[in-house]
Design a protein around this ligand. Structure first.
Ligand code: ATP
Ligand code: MG
Length: 360
């Protein structure tokens, strides 16, 4: 195997991002050492509201050049609304990364762990284990449209969606590939072609067309309304779910919520072609309400690190082993403790992080 050293930009950001990042790194480093993965970390203090306070902007002007050569960005959380409005901090950092680095896949694992109370009755660990793949760059999230006859009885508002062939096919392809790589080989395509009569039938056609190249994958289209209901009623039937930007946004919060893990949930913003660095971050935000006490749960950050190692090595060899070792350690700690307060325990962030790293 080639002996590559992966370059990682480490950006803690704001609030509890600064508290969970050391635990994310502790786990990632332990797994990298164990499986012989070389990492070169570059610690970055910008893309934070502290930087904004000192410089009046979230990032230096050459941020893109500084990050371009990285293999990945390991990101904590951004936002400190007491000093910087959320739209300024978010659009000035994280959303720039997603767009400029064309991170067109938003990937979120949904998994039920033992020791985490599940809001769905009768479900046990192992019953729920799937991925939501969300299109991250186009679709319903546009600023195209406008208001006419504004303020009158005849007022009309038009909001347009954009689905490009390129943008649609690449997310579907990624989802089929992921489904193909998993034992169950099932793909659920979220749609709403009965109501949204222009874009969604076309989305369905693209899915059929791409699906022809993946005969082993059992693909099935479901309308978003019943699909959401099934997340709650029959979550065990899913393996990989692919959705447009809006539908995926909703499903990728609903999924983790169904496993009681919105606070544990990791995410990956990927450029699968690796033209640009991909970004790995917890789903949760900077949580100003608990910052400074070292009580934040570090699992979402640690799990994001596992996704990063897996992606860096194309889901193979040492990186896959490192990923699996981290997830197994998380599994054990969630079951046996120590647990942070949000899970009913007494441990602080560092204790929980050290316990995971020790098991790795
Ligand atoms: P964003 O908009 O940046 O996604 P948000 O404003 O929706 O973030 P969070 O910052 O994620 O929300 O916080 C939501 C709630 O969850 C807060 O009460 C916070 O304390 C809690 N929370 C978030 N992350 C954690 C964590 N890692 N451990 C414990 N509690 C957390
Ligand atoms: Mg917030």
């Amino acid at each position: 195997m080639e002996n590559k050293t992966y370059r990682i930009a480490v950006i803690p950001g704001d609030g509890i991002g600064k508290e969970v990042m050391p635990e994310g790194l502790r786990a990632v480093q332990a797994a990298a050492d164990k499986f012989g993965i070389g990492l070169e970390l570059t610690h970055i203090d910008w893309a934070s509201c502290d930087y904004w306070q000192a410089h009046g902007k979230m990032m230096p002007d050459d941020w893109k050049a500084q990050l371009q050569g990285m293999d990945a960005i390991f990101f904590g959380a951004v936002g400190w609304p007491a000093t910087v409005p959320d739209h300024v901090s978010l659009w000035g950092s994280l959303l720039k990364f997603r767009r400029e680095f064309d991170q067109y896949i938003n990937l979120r694992p949904v998994r039920l762990f033992e020791g985490v109370p599940c809001p769905l009755a009768g479900r046990k660990a192992g019953d729920i284990d799937f991925f939501v793949v969300r299109e991250n760059t186009e679709g319903e999230y546009t600023n195209l449209g406008g208001r006419i006859f504004e303020g009158t009885e005849r007022e009309i508002v038009i909001q347009e969606s954009v689905f490009s062939r390129h943008g649609t096919e690449r997310v579907l392809k990624f989802a089929f590939e992921l489904a193909q790589s998993r034992p169950r080989k099932k793909l659920t395509v979220a749609t709403k072609s009965n109501g949204i009569a222009v874009s969604m039938p076309w989305w369905d056609e693209r899915a059929d067309e791409i699906g022809r190249s993946y005969p082993e994958v059992a693909a099935d289209k479901q309308h978003i309304d019943i699909l959401s209901a099934r997340f709650v009623l029959q979550p065990d039937r899913f393996d990989v779910v692919v959705a447009s930007n809006l539908f995926g946004d909703i499903l990728s919060d609903l999924g983790p919520a169904c496993t009681g893990t919105i606070g544990l949930a990791p995410s990956a913003n990927l450029d699968p072609e690796r033209r640009f660095p991909s970004l790995f971050e917890p789903v949760h935000g900077s949580a100003p309400d608990i910052y400074g006490q070292n009580i934040a749960n570090p699992v979402a950050m640690i799990w994001s690190g596992a996704l990063m190692l897996d992606f860096l090595t194309h889901g193979q060899g040492a990186g896959r082993q490192a990923h699996d070792a981290i997830v197994a350690a998380i599994e054990t700690v969630l079951r046996e403790g120590p647990r942070t307060r949000d899970l009913g325990g007494q441990a602080d962030t560092t204790e929980m992080g050290k316990a995971v790293a020790a098991l790795i």
